[in-house]
Design a protein around this ligand. Structure first.
Ligand code: ATP
Ligand code: MG
Length: 286
């Protein structure tokens, strides 16, 4: 059989679309019909396993899958023996402690001797131990936010992104205990040929990520301000300067981090730049 690696991705949920989207942006083609549990790419040596996210760290640790995409929260909770290969920058969220709105919160000591409901008992226990708080942890697998209103617990520890779910359930966030984003993980004992394929995929992921965080910028500038403008948008090696049909003017092309572009926009305009275009980059290899 041809040598292929296996990647475990979430079947359906908050990681799925971005995980598969990233892999597609890497030029890896595959067909994932609804309800399929496996798929093989026809242009890259990779097979997909579609799983619940809870199972991904374990499958990768056991070598059932060679690599996988999972949230750092799930990874920390499972304490599986895997290697984090790359932070992926999506599915960003945090684990927080929350208590009912209107209840006075004097600090972490609030939780001393109290019940806390969570789906992340290990992360929570580590946090409480580190902070010298003794509390009773109730592990529940879902709908954690309703625990206080049904009298199961005085507080919860759950995933928060915007905070709107907490709000809807009459809760206030009182401590942020863990920050998470999606990561690419790998089995720590990959064979050389497997590592080679993983490296190829990582190369493409890096190119996609670099492309996303950078923009191709084009602008027109009077020749006398070129030095100033080149200093503001230095680019990868240096900007491209092309003469405009109108004498005394040039077109300047450069690549730069989007944040850096916005930071320098006023200075660019003050230096005489005009007709500024900011264009997305699909892939970027530095
Ligand atoms: P599964 O059925 O696969 O077990 P799940 O219900 O456990 O799915 P999801 O709600 O799909 O999990 O969330 C998957 C991961 O996405 C979480 O572990 C977390 O890392 C991240 N996540 C969860 N909620 C959010 C959110 N609101 N915003 C961003 N990321 C989130
Ligand atoms: Mg899950």
């Amino acid at each position: 059989m041809e040598n292929i690696i296996r990647i475990a991705v979430q079947k359906s949920g908050r990681l799925s679309d971005d995980s598969l989207g990233l892999i597609k942006e890497c030029g890896v083609k595959f067909y994932n019909g609804k309800g399929k549990l496996k798929a093989v790419s026809h242009n890259f040596p990779i097979e997909f396993l579609f799983l619940r996210d809870d199972d991904i760290p374990g499958y990768v640790a056991d070598g059932v899958a060679d690599i996988g995409i999972v949230g750092e929260n799930e990874l920390a909770e499972k304490e599986s023996n895997v290697t984090v290969l790359k932070k992926l920058g999506f599915s960003k969220c945090r684990l927080s402690l929350a208590i009912p709105k209107g209840v006075d919160y004097p600090g972490l000591s609030f939780f001393e001797g109290k019940n806390i409901a969570t789906s992340y008992p290990k992360i929570l226990q580590n946090y409480l131990t580190k902070n010298g708080v003794n509390a009773e942890i109730h592990e529940i697998s879902g709908s954690v936010e309703i625990a206080p209103s049904i009298g199961l617990a005085e507080g919860i520890c759950d995933i928060v992104s915007s905070g709107s779910t907490l709000m809807m359930n009459g809760l206030q966030e009182v401590e942020k205990i863990f920050k998470s984003e999606a990561v690419l993980i790998g089995n720590p004992n990959l064979k050389d040929w497997q590592t080679e394929i993983v490296e190829k995929l990582l190369f493409r992921i890096n190119a996609v990520q670099e492309g996303k965080s950078n923009k191709y910028v084009l602008l027109n500038a009077p020749n006398e301000s070129l030095d100033k403008i080149i200093g503001l948008i230095p680019g990868m090696r240096s900007p491209t300067i092309l003469p405009l049909a109108q004498s005394g003017w040039s077109s300047v092309h450069s690549v730069l981090n989007e944040d850096q572009f916005w930071e320098n926009i006023e200075e660019l305009r003050a230096a005489g730049a005009e007709g500024i275009l900011v264009v997305p980059i699909e892939k970027m290899i530095v």
